[in-house]
Design a protein around this ligand. Structure first.
Ligand code: 1Q0
Length: 211
């Protein structure tokens, strides 16, 4: 399959995100998300309410990255600096205006925390552990805090449709379940790194609660 999902590519994208100066580049960050969304599609229509929202957010960011101010949207650092200096970040409540890059990335950033916990759970889980349980636990420990009850309910129902751990590891397309586990062990530190740098940046500028 030409566009078969491969975990390797996604993880490589997150790996190339971080520059020597510890900046997070938006290009590879968004292509990592695109890859994850492609994978989510392959899991079936029950996840489409999640992928729709993720696509919308990635699209907003891609528009900024390809727009008139594209040189300000090279990295998360340059984006934060530009949007704050120009009063583009709504800190009160969601205005009618366009969603800022900062509030949009914040949503993806919170989801990245879920991904980190989920992949770590998969990696260290027993062979017979249930993906749906790992996924639900990771979700409850991260993203769920920010979601209203209906979304939490729908997400939890969808998670039940996830294939068992080993089948799940195999559809990641990196070889056997054991090989996928090894790959996760190698790749997770890069995702943690991206998460950590973003968290620090947003905390520093008091952007962690953007409406
Ligand atoms: C494998 C199962 C995937 C499970 C994904 C877990 C996340 C559940 C999130 C439920 C979101 C519901 C839709 C709407 C939410 C929005 O209200 C919310 C806030 O935005 P806003 O504008 O209303 O303030 N949006 C979000 O919180 C963003 C959610 C983005 C979720 C992106 C999930 C992408 C998942 C990819 C699958 C990864 C599979 C991992 C295995 C591959 C290994 C590399």
């Amino acid at each position: 399959m030409a566009d078969a999902f491969s975990l390797r590519e996604v993880l490589a994208a997150f790996q190339t995100c971080v520059t020597e100066r510890r900046e997070v580049l938006l290009g590879p960050y968004l292509s990592g998300w695109r890859g994850l969304i492609r994978f989510l599609h392959s899991l079936g229509a029950i996840f489409s309410f999640i992928s729709k929202d993720a696509v919308a957010k990635v699209q907003i960011m891609e528009n900024y990255c390809g727009g008139e101010q594209r040189d300000k949207y090279v990295s998360l650092q340059s984006m934060v600096e530009y949007e704050l200096a120009n009063g583009l970040v709504g800190v009160q409540k969601r205005s009618g205006g366009p969603d800022s890059g900062c509030r949009t990335v914040l949503r993806l950033h919170r989801a990245l925390r879920w991904l980190q916990l989920f992949l770590e759970g998969l990696r260290t889980g027993r062979e017979d552990s249930r993906t749906s349980v790992i996924c639900t636990d990771s979700y409850n420990a991260s993203l769920a805090t920010y979601h209203p009850w209906v979304v939490r309910k729908a997400a939890t129902v969808a998670f039940c449709a996830l294939p068992p751990r080993n089948a799940f590891l195999e559809i990641m397309n990196v070889g056997t379940a054991e090989e996928a586990v090894a790959m996760l062990g190698e790749a997770l530190p890069y995702i943690c790194d991206v998460y950590g740098i973003t968290q620090e940046l947003f905390a520093q500028h008091k952007l962690l609660d953007l409406p």
